[in-house]
Each structure stands twice: as C-alpha cells, then as structure tokens.
Design a protein around this ligand. Sequence first.
Ligand code: ATP
Length: 317
Amino acid sequence: MLSAVGPPVTVRVPAKINLHLAVGDLRPDGYHDLVTVFQALSITDEVSVTAAVPGVVEPGVAISPIDGVDASEVPADTTNLAWRAVEALARRVDRAPDIRIGLRKAIPVAGGMAGGSADAAGALLATSSLWRLDLARDDLMDVAAEVGSDVAFALHGGTALGTGRGERLVPVLSRHTFHWVVAVADHGLSTPTVFAELDRLRDRPEAPRRVGDVEPVLEALASGEARSLALLLGNDLQAAAVSLDPGLRRTLRAGVDAGALAGVVSGSGPTCVFLCAGQDAAVRVAAELAGAGVCRTVRVAHGPVPGARLTDGGPPS
Ligand code: ATP
C-alpha cells in the first residue's frame, strides 16, 4: 500500500443493468459482439483517491480501505479493476501511479451489475481530477474502454446503446424515471463462465431463443412507458445464467408474482431486476420479494442516474 499524502478526491459511480442484451456468436478472437441498452441505477460505489508517497509499498495491497457490501470478496491487490484503471491512466499521461485508492462498495460483487467496472471508472475520474489532467472526455472514454468493456458506460451513465464489446456508446433518450427492484443473490457468477455456457447451449439443437431487435426497446424508452418497456426486457445471457443457477427461475417468478411488471437477469447475473409501475409499487414488490426467501437482499432503485461524478466538486485547492 502507498502511504497517503493530502486530502482525497471522491467519486460516486453507479451500477448498470442491461435492459436489452443481444449476444452475437463467439468470434475467433474469443469475444462476442454485443448490442445492449444500459441503464445506470441509483446503487452506487464510492471511490476515493489520494496522492501517495512512492516507495512505502505493502506487498499485495493496492487498495485500502475497502468497506461496504461484499468488501471481503473484492481483491485488494493490483488485479483490482480500479487499480488497473489508474495504471492505464498513468501510462497514458506518462507518470507513476502514485495513488492510494479506497473503495466503499454498495454494488454487489460478481452480480452482473458491473461493480468492478464502476470502480475503474470512478478511479479514472477521481485520479484525472486529482492530477488536474486536462484530458478531453473522449480521451478518458478511450482509457476506460481499454480497461474493460463496461467501464466507459459507468463514466457515461444515463441510458445508452452499447455496441462492439459494449464500449461503443450512443446516448439513448429515456423519458421519465423507471423504478426497479433488485434481487441480489447470495453468491456470484463469473462472467466468462456465463458466456461459455451460452456458447455451449447454442451448440445444442434446442438452442435458446435470441432476443429481438433493439429498436422497440428504444421506442419504449423514448415513450417513458414502463408497461411497454416491461414487455421488451430481454437478455441472451439469461438462459445461460439460469442453466448454471436454476434457482434464478424461482427468483424471476417470485418478482412477477409479487407484482412487478417484468423481471430479467442483469447482465451475466445472478442479480435479477424487476421493473415496477412506480415507486410505491417497487416498495411493495421489494417487501414481498424479501419475504419469499429467493435471494440474499432486495433493494429498491431507480434509473437512469448520471455516470461517475465527483462528490465534492473537484480536487482540493
Ligand atoms: P460484469 O457485469 O462487468 O461482468 P460483475 O458485476 O458480474 O461484472 P464485478 O463485481 O465487476 O462483477 O466482479 C467480478 C470480479 O472482478 C470479482 O469476482 C472480483 O474478483 C473482480 N474485481 C476486480 N476489481 C473489483 C472491484 N473493484 N470490485 C469488485 N470486484 C472486482
């Protein structure tokens, strides 16, 4: 760990869900082309960075402290995505990554809500502010895309259409606020394992049906009608997540039985998200779902919310 000097810069950064996630076939380079609609939700991590004196390094500790939900499952070493982001930024501007990072987690770990990517985006914004870098937004987005496919969206926030590996983003008009109930599982699912399971399922004669076109989803978002959007939520990874974790079927059913308009696995899962008719409905659905014993915790959230933001207006002067 690097010993800190000076006050921290703190960034709040949101979790994402995928309202639509179409996964293309496996490419020769091992990736899949995606067409996805992201929405940033009001479940946020906080990332703090402080200038550090180089040289006082505790082996294996790049991040400290790590507090909050699932903190013990978050790597504290240089494999942490927040650390990788600082290294990538340092390389880009040709300086040493003499930064101490602290994390306060609320985004479930390995939950399909891109918590690691969110922390990477937070670390990028916080460090570029601490270092007073005059980087164009596109340059920061570029570094984000280099660190991971969901990192750019965590910087961007709101609602966006993602293509490529999900890193090429176009903002999507989304009228009104949507109200969600988030069912967090008591375990994680590894994203590469879920993609591999989808490839395996697609090799079988009874391959899972693919999600439809994205255009109707974009229209429903523009109309702001939750009921229209509910009919169109879709995720190609859901069949794979359910195949690896059949209990998710019960969770998805329980949310709809509790009164949600629809439910879908978030990204690679196992978190399930339920779209509700309004805030009161979400609170009722959350209470009933919590009593159904199908998940570890239940959260009420809304979206879209902005991407990574400084909590205190900027670096200390
Ligand atoms: P995605 O939806 O982007 O695939 P996820 O939400 O399913 O990701 P993450 O919470 O990002 O999953 O964690 C995936 C793995 O990444 C964890 O098991 C953990 O070992 C590692 N990881 C690295 N950095 C972080 C971080 N800052 N926060 C959480 N996990 C991290």
